[in-house]
Design a protein around this ligand. Structure first.
Ligand SMILES: N[C@@H](CCC(=O)N[C@@H](CS)C(=O)NCC(=O)O)C(=O)O
Length: 206
């Protein structure tokens, strides 16, 4: 049975779709929205009591949190995305947790108050404060990427998906990354990959 991903291409489920596409993993996207009560049904809440997408169901094994799902897919299902040595694995965890804590909250606040919320609900001051905090993290990322083309060194890995996947939405909505040349070039490289183009097309079509 194909691995099931509950969510929509215009949600964090896109990170899991990307990992599956990159790693040659067969999956079924079970289209589920939080806007129509889809995440509040008793069946859904058994899979994810947080009433949020994505959630994965691998033949009866449920897992929530988009980046944890990617770590599971990368380690157990995908080909060529997960480091084969303990130190590489630790660096993947480091960057994944960094992305979840240092990027995700500021990225979300910036996106919500720049283009996601209805115009009358956006607060430019919150957007500006979020961008300032995001800038600090982007500076760290830029310095890291000055020395190597991909997050873990010479080749693309799950770390690239987990970090760049968080920035995908603001990238597609014209956030200005010009102050971070290495990061901008890396984002261009990440999102120009065939698997990334496929999920970006699915997002645009949805
Ligand atoms: N930390 C969670 C966040 C999940 C999340 O907030 N998902 C959004 C869609 S991208 C959602 O389902 N929100 C439910 C709601 O707003 O009611 C993850 O990365 O999976």
């Amino acid at each position: 049975m194909a691995l099931k991903i509950y969510g929509l291409p215009r949600s964090r489920a896109i990170r899991n779709m990307w990992a599956c596409e990159e790693g040659g993993v067969a999956y079924e996207l079970v289209r589920t929205s939080w806007n129509d009560g889809g995440t509040k049904t008793p069946e859904f809440l058994k899979l994810n009591p947080n009433a949020a997408v994505p959630v994965m169901d691998d033949d009866g094994f449920p897992l929530f949190e988009s980046l944890a799902i990617n770590l599971y897919i990368g380690k157990n299902k995908a080909k060529g995305l997960y480091p084969t040595d303990a130190k590489g694995e630790a660096k993947l965890w480091q960057w994944t947790l960094w992305a979840a804590t240092e990027l995700e909250p500021h990225n979300g606040a910036y996106a919500a108050n720049t283009y996601m919320l209805a115009p009358e609900k956006r607060d430019p001051a919150v957007a500006a404060a979020a961008w300032t905090k995001l800038s600090k993290a982007l500076g760290v990322l830029d310095q890291h990427l000055a020395a190597q083309p991909w997050m873990l060194g010479g080749s693309f890995s799950l770390a690239d998906i987990n970090v760049s996947g968080i920035l995908l939405s603001i990238y597609l909505n014209n956030a200005d990354f010009s102050a971070w040349k290495n990061t901008k070039a890396w984002l261009d490289r990440c999102f120009d990959r065939p698997a990334a183009k496929k999920i970006i097309a699915a997002r645009a079509a949805s």
